[in-house]
Every structure is written in structure tokens, then in C-alpha cells.
Design a protein around this ligand. Structure first.
Ligand SMILES: NC(=O)c1ccc[n+]([C@@H]2O[C@H](COP(=O)([O-])OP(=O)(O)OC[C@H]3O[C@@H](n4cnc5c(N)ncnc54)[C@H](O)[C@@H]3O)[C@@H](O)[C@H]2O)c1
Ligand SMILES: O=C[C@H](O)CS(=O)(=O)O
Length: 526
């Protein structure tokens, strides 16, 4: 079982970054401008149709009249054109999924398990091209992308094993004239709307349990990372029946119109979303009209409490593993550091020294510790949050700037003496910026950590008994104790408060796609 290892290590290989185009044997049309990505897409079988990467629905790869561009955030170069699905394509994909539902629901669980296992194996067999495409689209260092491939595959493996274990129950001791049974049945067609920051794992964390349960899925990936989603789907070709896995990429302009179709359809019985809290709230309200089963994995703003009893090496290691993973663009990154006044100077000095040592660069280049943020808006947000924190009395210890040149980069940054009412403290920044505030009293640290609408992840470093006592008082779905890299397919992932609804992964992740049906067998004379 894969434990999600922290991948801040230097990327191992320098994938050649020659500039030439790959011309698909079939159409001879250019798909991708970047050599490493083009070769990877070819290996994965994501080849152009009418000059753009096609989408898949009902087991058929199709093109659309319109396409949208996918860019490399490190260079601002256009990587490829991709089919731009709108409401019409979404409606058709839902119907394709519905057409597949009855047969897939009746398929023996072991058969569903075997199909998922084969997909898992195909993903791992194509780990390098998958990682390369993911890095090209979302910018994460190749080492982290490789780790994400393993993480994504671990969800497919986990739910391949869960599929045959779905079972009902019988209560035979309630009454003489009846037997009471439950069976667990797939809810029906599921929809998944996913973010760009884990373009593989956020899809398999939804699709694997749905397919294991017997639910066909329509996936709308992020407009930033559609090629990665299409590559995953291509690897499922021939392993899943037509219509079980449908991927409908859409441009930013089509995201909401497609979302409306998915929400308004009474054929879609479950919708699982991972992304910002604002969009999650919109989907929550839009799904009310059809009362769907809803899974929401939303925004974070994680506190990390460093207690007086903390071991400094452990605390800094946990901070680096959490804060600067994928340049701080994960929903579980530590953002708000509450550090006991007795250790804050030493902690800040060590953290700034290690953060400053991270090399900015293209994710495919060896030595890159932090790649670009996803777009210019993300770097602007970081810059504004740092400026605001300084205006409120904070002090930049390292970083704090967008370096000159192309790409949406931002320096790994530590700001200390951050005001609790500053936006850097109050809001999720989603960048490589650590905000540090000192505390003197543990109860005050817990109060500050629990303040606000975010309840996804929290961290606490200290002597074990001391840290555990604090951890149990934190109002979050996930708590790391002396550890900054906590996510694992075997454990429930999700948040309290406005960080979401439901849990993904673990022993109950498949429940999101099942209905319990109670059957009463009466008229027995025993
Ligand atoms: N809790 C988690 O597991 C988790 C994981 C990853 C990211 N996130 C959160 O996601 C955010 C960053 O990801 P993002 O920028 O992709 O989020 P986002 O909400 O902007 O986009 C997420 C997905 O929703 C789609 N979308 C956007 N507006 C939509 C609309 N009106 N209707 C339908 N679909 C719409 C996007 O196209 C994308 O596919 C951060 O807040 C982060 O904390 C949470
Ligand atoms: O950011 C989103 C992911 O859920 C974080 S993790 O890879 O699951 O830790």
C-alpha cells in the first residue's frame, strides 16, 4: 500500500526539454508543442482528433466544434488544444453513463474489482508519461508528480479491494413472522468535478469508489489539467465497459454551464466535488433541486501548532513537508503557524533557511524544489497577502517576491509576527507562504487554530502526550501529530465546518456511492 511519501526531494531526472512537435501518425496534426509532453501523450495514446485532444464518452473518443488551450504554467506556452465540452456534450455523456448503469450495477463485484486492478496496473505501468503530463500541465516538480501517480493508483487499488466487501445484513431475531434484510446498491450515475492541483489523485479518489460500487461516472476535470484526466481515461480503454468512465473537459467559460447540467440532471444521483469552498457552496445549493448524494472536498487554511515541548528537527521537517509541497498549493498545506514564544525564533530561523534552499524552476528540470504556481492570479494573490501582512506589522524573513521572467513563480516565503486579523492569516492563500505567530498559552493556540470556517487539516508538534492532548481538541477532519505528510488512501479524507461534506478513501469512501435498501420478508409462519 502506498504511503504518500513527501516528494520535496530533488527531481531525479532532467527530462529533455527540446522544442519540437509531435505529429500523430493518424492525423499528422500537431497536438503538443513541448517534446516531453508530446512524447508522453503519444505513449499514453492521447492523440489529436481534428487537431485537438479528444474527449471520451460512451466508450468513444470524440471531438467538439470548439477547443480550448492548455498552457504550461512555467513557460506560459500553449501545450495543446483540447475538446471543449459544453452542455450538449454533458447531457450526452450523462446518457452514455445511464446506458451503462444497469449492466455495470449487475456486474459481479469481483469482476468490477478485477477491472479496477487492471486499471491500477496500467496506471503504474505508465507512471513516467503520466507524471510528465501532469507536471507539464500543473507545474509540480516531477518527483512530486511521480509520487502523485502512486498516490492516485493507491485509490484504485484500495477500492478494487473494497468492491467485493460491500455487504448488507440480516436481522433474523426481530419477529417470528418476518426476516429483515438490507442490501447495499449503487446509487446510479455519478458526476465528479475535480481541481488542478492533484490532476490524477483527485479523479481516482472519486472514480475508483464509484466504479467499485457499480456507478458509471462523468468526470469534468479542471480546465488547467484536462490532458492528465484524458490520459487516465485512455488507460481504462478496454478495461471498463463503454460509458462507465466518461471524461468531458471544458474551458473555464463552459465550467459553469456544464456544472449546471450535472447538477440539474435527475439521472445524476451523486455528485462529488473537490475545489474551492465558493464553488462548493454553489454546487451545494444547485444540487438541492434534485437532492443528490453530495461529496464536497473544499478549501483549507491549516494551522500548525509548534508546542514548547516540540523537537525542532521534527517540527521543521513537518513544516517543510506540509507547507511547501507543490508550492503550498494543496488543500492540507500548513498555512498558519502558531509557535510557542520559547521556540519561535529558532523555528523561524530554521524554516526560513530550509525554505530558501528550495530551487525555483520548471517541474521537469532536475533540481527543481518548487515549480510555478498555477497562474498569474495565484502569484498576485501571494504578493498581495504578503504586502498586507507587512502592513499589519508582519516581517518577511525570506522570499516574498515574484521573480522576474516568464511563468507564474513565487519565492518560498516566511513571514513572522503575522497579525491574526490579516488576510494572510484569515484566508487560504494557496501558495508557498508561511505565516507565523507566537503564542504563550496552549489554550490560546487551540482557540486560534479552531477559529474560522476551515476545518480540513491541522498539525501539532510536541512531546507525544502533550501533542496528543492538543490534537484531540482541534476541530478538523485530519490532524497530523509530529507529521506533515498525512494523506493515505486507507484513511478518511475530508473536513469539518466549511471544508466540506463526507469523506473520501478509507473504509467508508465507497458509501458515498451506495444506497442501503431495507427489505422486509413477511408472512412467515415459523
Ligand atoms: N478538500 C480537498 O480535498 C481539496 C483538494 C484540492 C483542492 N481543494 C481546494 O480547491 C481550491 C483550488 O482548486 P481549484 O482552483 O481547481 O478550485 P475551483 O473551485 O476553482 O475549481 C475546481 C473545479 O470546479 C470547476 N468549476 C469552477 N467553477 C465552477 C462552476 N461555477 N460550476 C461548476 N464547476 C466549476 C473547475 O473547472 C474545476 O474543475 C482550493 O481552495 C483548495 O483548497 C480542496
Ligand atoms: O489538495 C488536495 C489533496 O487532497 C491533498 S492530498 O494529496 O490528499 O494530501
Amino acid at each position: 500500500m502506498v504511503v504518500f511519501a513527501q516528494a520535496l526531494l530533488i527531481a531525479r531526472s532532467a527530462v529533455p526539454r527540446a522544442k519540437h512537435t509531435l505529429r500523430a501518425a493518424s492525423s499528422g496534426r500537431q497536438l503538443c508543442a513541448d517534446a516531453a509532453t508530446a512524447e508522453s501523450l503519444a505513449v499514453l495514446g492521447v492523440l489529436p482528433m481534428n487537431g485537438a485532444a479528444p474527449y471520451v464518452a460512451g466508450g468513444r473518443w470524440r471531438s467538439t466544434p470548439n477547443t480550448f488551450a492548455v498552457t504550461d504554467p512555467a513557460t506560459d506556452d500553449v501545450l495543446a488544444q483540447v475538446a471543449d465540452c459544453g452542455p450538449q456534450e454533458a447531457e450526452a455523456a450523462i446518457q452514455d453513463a445511464q446506458n451503462a448503469f444497469e449492466s455495470w450495477a449487475r456486474t459481479p463485484a469481483r469482476t468490477r474489482s478485477d477491472a479496477l486492478r487492471a486499471w491500477h496496473d496500467a496506471i503504474l505501468a505508465h507512471a513516467e508519461p503520466l507524471a510528465t503530463v501532469a507536471t507539464a500541465e500543473c507545474g509540480k516538480p516531477l518527483a512530486e508528480a511521480r509520487a502523485e501517480v502512486a498516490y492516485a493508483a493507491s485509490f484504485v487499488e484500495w477500492f478494487a479491494e473494497e468492491a467485493p466487501r460491500v455487504a448488507g445484513e440480516v436481522k433474523s431475531n426481530v419477529a417470528q413472522d418476518r426476516r429483515l434484510l438490507t442490501v447495499r446498491q449503487p446509487v446510479g450515475v455519478a458526476a465528479a468535478i475535480t481541481p488542478w492541483n492533484f490532476p490524477l489523485a483527485m479523479i481516482t479518489r472519486k472514480v475508483a469508489p464509484a466504479i467499485a460500487a457499480g456507478c458509471p461516472v462523468v468526470v469534468k476535470p479542471s480546465e488547467y489539467t484536462p490532458l492528465t484526466a484524458l490520459a487516465l481515461a485512455r488507460l481504462a480503454d478496454g478495461l471498463l465497459p463503454p460509458g462507465v468512465l466518461n471524461v468531458i473537459p471544458a474551458s473555464r467559460q463552459n465550467a459553469q454551464p456544464v456544472g449546471e447540467v450535472l447538477c440539474d440532471s435527475d439521472v445524476v444521483r451523486a455528485l462529488s466535488f473537490t475545489g474551492s469552498t465558493a464553488v462548493g457552496k454553489w454546487l451545494y445549493s444547485r444540487c438541492a433541486s434534485t437532492v443528490k448524494k453530495l461529496g464536497l472536498e473544499l478549501g483549507g487554511n491549516a494551522p500548525m501548532i509548534v508546542l514548547k515541548s516540540a523537537d525542532l528537527d521534527t517540527a521543521v521537517r513537518a513544516a517543510m513537508a506540509s507547507k511547501y509541497r507543490y508550492g503550498g498549493q494543496t488543500c492540507v498545506c500548513a498555512d498558519r503557524f502558531l509557535v510557542h514564544e520559547a521556540v519561535v525564533d529558532a523555528f523561524v530561523e530554521r524554516l526560513a533557511a530550509e525554505a530558501s534552499a528550495l530551487k525555483l524552476g520548471h517541474g521537469l528540470d532536475a533540481g527543481t524544489g518548487i515549480g510555478p504556481l498555477i497562474d498569474e492570479a495565484a502569484t498576485f494573490k501571494c504578493q498581495e497577502r504578503v504586502k498586507g501582512a507587512v502592513r499589519a506589522g508582519g516581517r518577511v524573513v525570506c522570499g516574498g517576491n515574484k521573480p522576474p521572467g516568464p511563468g507564474s513563480f513565487f519565492e518560498p516565503t516566511v513571514v513572522r509576527d503575522v497579525a491574526i486579523d490579516s488576510e494572510l492569516w484569515q484566508l487560504e492563500t494557496f501558495g508557498p507562504v508561511a505565516g507565523v505567530a507566537a503564542f504563550s498559552d496552549d489554550a490560546e493556540a487551540v482557540r486560534l487554530a479552531n477559529e474560522g470556517p476551515a476545518g480540513l487539516a491541522a498539525y501539532v508538534c510536541g512531546e507525544l502526550g502533550h501533542a496528543w492532548a492538543v490534537a484531540e481538541r482541534l476541530d478538523f477532519g485530519i490532524v497530523g501529530v509530529n507529521e506533515g505528510a498525512v494523506s493515505h488512501a486507507a484513511m478518511p479524507f475530508g473536513g469539518t465546518k466549511e471544508s466540506g461534506l463526507g469523506r473520501e478513501g478509507g473504509n467508508h469512501g465507497i458509501d458515498e456511492y451506495l444506497e442501503d435498501k431495507y427489505l422486509c420478508l413477511g408472512g412467515l409462519d415459523m
